[in-house]
Design a protein around this ligand. Structure first.
Ligand code: NDP
Length: 462
C-alpha cells in the first residue's frame, strides 16, 4: 500500500501529499522520472516499533501507555528525531513527523537519517516521580532498539532535558554503556551548549535571510512586529532572539489560549518571557500569569484562541511554534490582511495545506515590496536537529565546543539551508514573473533528491 491510500493516517497522508505535490509541480520528475520510484520507497518506514509502557502512579496504581519509535530512513546516517509525550500521540502523527524529519535532516548537511517516537503519556498533572517512573519504563523497552550508531532520539513536545536525563540514566544502567544515545542532554554530562536554544534561534536566523533577500539587503528584524504561537522551548527562544535583534514580540500562546499585547506599541520583554518559561517548567498554563496585575495591564488573554486573528495592529512576521495544523486557510488570509510578509514554521507542519495554498498563491501574485514568503518547518526549524547533530559529533570526539562555536555553526547551517532551498527552487520551479522562489518546493526537492540518491547508491531502489 502506498502512502496515498492511508485515510486512517490523516497527518501522515497530509505530510506525504504536501511533499509529493511540490515534486509533481516542479520539473524534477521530467528531468529524473526514475525518482517517482524513490518517492514510493521513501514513503514507507524501514521499521516501526510499538510497545507497552507500564508504570506505577503515586497512588500505587498500574498505568498503561503506548510507546512508539518510527525508524523511517537511515540512508544518510543513524535514525534521528525527537520523542513526543502528549496524549494526542498516535502512529499517524509520529509517521508524519518521522517523514518530515528525513528531509529536514538532509537539509542540515549532516549525516543523520530520519525517525520519530514518543508516547500518548501526558506529563501534565504528573509528579516528578511519576514522570521518572514513566521514563524508566519507556526506556527499558526502547533501549533494545536504539544506540549511538543506530538511532539517536532527542526531545520534542513534552520531553525536556529532565525527561532526557531520566531516559539516558536508564539506558546507561541497562546497556552498561555511556554513549551519545540521546541528544538534548544536560551540559555537564555530554549535552551541547546552545541545544536548548537551537530550534528557536535557528528559525529566527533563517527568517533573517528571508527578510534580507526579499528586501535586497535593506531590511532586518529591527522594527518588525512578530506574532509567535506556543510558549514552550521553540517559542521561548525564538521570542528572545527576535527581541535581541530589535524586533517586537506581540503574541505567545499555549494549548489553553493566547496572550497578546493590548496596544499597537511595545513588546513582550525578556523578563516576561522568562516568567512564562518558569511556569512552563512546572507544567502550568499561561492563564495563571495572565490574571496577575502586571500581565493584565499590558496583555489581553483569550481562552481557547490562537494568536493569528487576535493581534492588535500590524503583523510583519508570523512564527507558528506550538504544534501541527495551527494555521488554517482563513487564519492565513487574516495574517496577510494584517500585513504579514514572512511566515516561517517553528513547529512541524504548523500550517494546514489550505494555509500553505494561501501563502503560496500570494507569493506568486505579489512582487517587490508586497512579496509574501512562506518557509516550511522542515527548513526553518532544522536548527534543533542540526545542533543535535553537533552534539553527536562532540560526544564521539569526547570534546565540548563553546557556545560561540556552536552558535556560529548553527548560523552557517541555517544560511546553507536557506540558500539550498532557494537555489533548488530556482532550478526546478519557474516562478511567476517577479515573484520570489518557492521555499517549500525548493526545500522539499533539495531534501528529497539528496536522500533518494543515497538510497539508490545503497540499492534501496533501482
Ligand atoms: P514544548 O512542549 O516545549 O511546547 C509546546 C507548546 O505548544 C506549548 O506552549 C504547548 O502548550 C503548545 N501546544 C502543544 N500542543 C498543543 C495543541 N494541541 N494546541 C495548541 N497548543 C499546543 O514543545 P517544543 O517547543 O519543543 O515544540 C513545539 C513545536 O516545535 C512542535 O511542533 C515540535 O515538533 C517542533 N519542533 C521542536 C523542536 C525542538 O528542538 N524542541 C525541533 C523542531 C521542531 P501547553 O504548555 O499548554 O501544553
Amino acid at each position: 500500500m502506498t502512502a496515498q491510500n492511508l485515510p486512517h493516517e490523516p497527518e501522515f497522508e497530509q505530510a506525504y501529499k504536501e511533499l509529493a505535490s511540490t515534486l509533481e509541480n516542479s520539473t524534477l520528475f521530467q528531468k529524473k522520472p526514475e525518482f517517482r520510484k524513490a518517492l514510493q520507497v521513501v514513503s514507507v518506514p524501514e521499521r516501526v516499533i510499538q510497545f507497552r509502557v507500564v508504570w506505577e502512579d503515586d497512588q500505587g496504581n498500574v498505568q498503561i501507555n503506548r510507546g512508539f519509535r518510527v525508524q523511517f530512513n537511515s540512508a544518510l546516517g543513524p535514525y534521528k528525531g525527537g520523542l513526543r509525550f502528549h496524549p494526542s500521540v498516535n502512529l499517524s502523527i509520529l509517521k508524519f513527523l518521522g517523514f518530515e524529519q528525513i528531509f529536514k535532516n538532509a537539509l542540515t548537511g549532516l549525516n543523520m537519517g530520519g525517525g520519530k517516537g514518543g508516547s500518548d503519556f501526558d506529563p501534565k498533572g504528573k509528579s516528578d516521580n511519576e514522570i521518572r517512573r514513566f521514563c524508566v519504563s519507556f526506556m527499558t523497552e526502547l533501549c533494545k532498539h536504539i544506540g549511538q550508531d543506530t538511532d539517536v532520539p532527542a526531545g520534542d513536545i513534552g520531553v525536556t532535558g529532565r525527561e532526557v536525563g531520566f531516559m539516558f540514566g536508564q539506558y546507561k544502567k541497562i546497556r552498561n554503556q555511556w554513549e551519545g544515545v540521546l541528544t538534548g542532554k544536560g551540559g555537564s554530562w555530554g549535552g551541547s551548549l546552545i541545544r536548548p536554544e537551537a530550534t528557536g534561534y535557528g528559525v529566527v536566523y533563517y527568517v533573517e535571510h528571508m527578510i534580507k533577500h526579499a528586501s535586497g539587503g535593506k531590511e532586518s528584524f529591527a522594527g518588525k512586529r512578530v506574532a509567535i504561537s506556543g510558549s514552550g522551548n521553540v517559542a521561548q527562544y525564538a521570542a528572545l532572539k527576535v527581541i535581541e535583534l530589535g524586533g517586537s514580540v506581540i503574541s505567545l500562546s499555549d494549548s489553553q489560549g493566547a496572550l497578546l499585547l493590548n496596544s499597537e506599541e511595545g513588546s513582550f520583554t525578556p523578563e516576561e518571557i522568562n516568567q512564562i518559561a518558569a511556569i512552563k517548567v512546572e507544567r502550568k498554563q499561561i492563564s495563571e500569569l495572565a490574571s496577575t496585575s502586571a500581565f493584565a495591564s499590558k496583555f489581553k488573554y483569550i481562552p481557547g484562541a490562537r494568536p493569528w486573528t487576535n493581534v492588535t495592529g500590524r503583523i510583519d512576521v508570523a512564527l507558528p511554534s506550538a504544534t501541527q495544523n495551527e494555521v488554517s486557510g482563513d487564519e492565513a488570509k487574516a495574517l496577510i490582511a494584517a500585513g504579514c510578509k514572512f511566515i516561517a514554521e517553528g513547529s512541524n507542519m504548523g500550517s494546514t495545506q489550505d494555509a500553505i495554498d494561501v501563502f503560496e498563491a500570494h507569493r506568486e501574485a505579489n512582487a517587490g515590496a508586497s512579496a509574501i514568503w512562506y518557509a516550511p518547518g522542515k527548513a526553518a526549524n532544522a536548527g534543533g536537529v542540526a545542533v543535535s547533530g553537533l552534539e553527536m559529533a562532540q560526544n564521539s570526539a569526547r570534546v565540548n565546543w563553546t557556545s560561540e562555536e556552536v552558535d556560529s555553526r548553527l548560523k552557517g547551517i541555517m544560511e546553507d539551508c536557506f540558500k539550498n532551498g532557494l537555489a533548488t527552487a530556482q532550478e526546478y520551479v519557474t516562478p511567476a514573473a517577479g515573484s520570489l522562489p518557492s521555499l517549500v518546493a525548493g526545500s522539499n526537492i533539495a531534501g528529497f533528491t539528496k536522500v533518494a540518491e543515497a538510497m539508490k547508491d545503497h540499492g534501496d531502489w533501482w
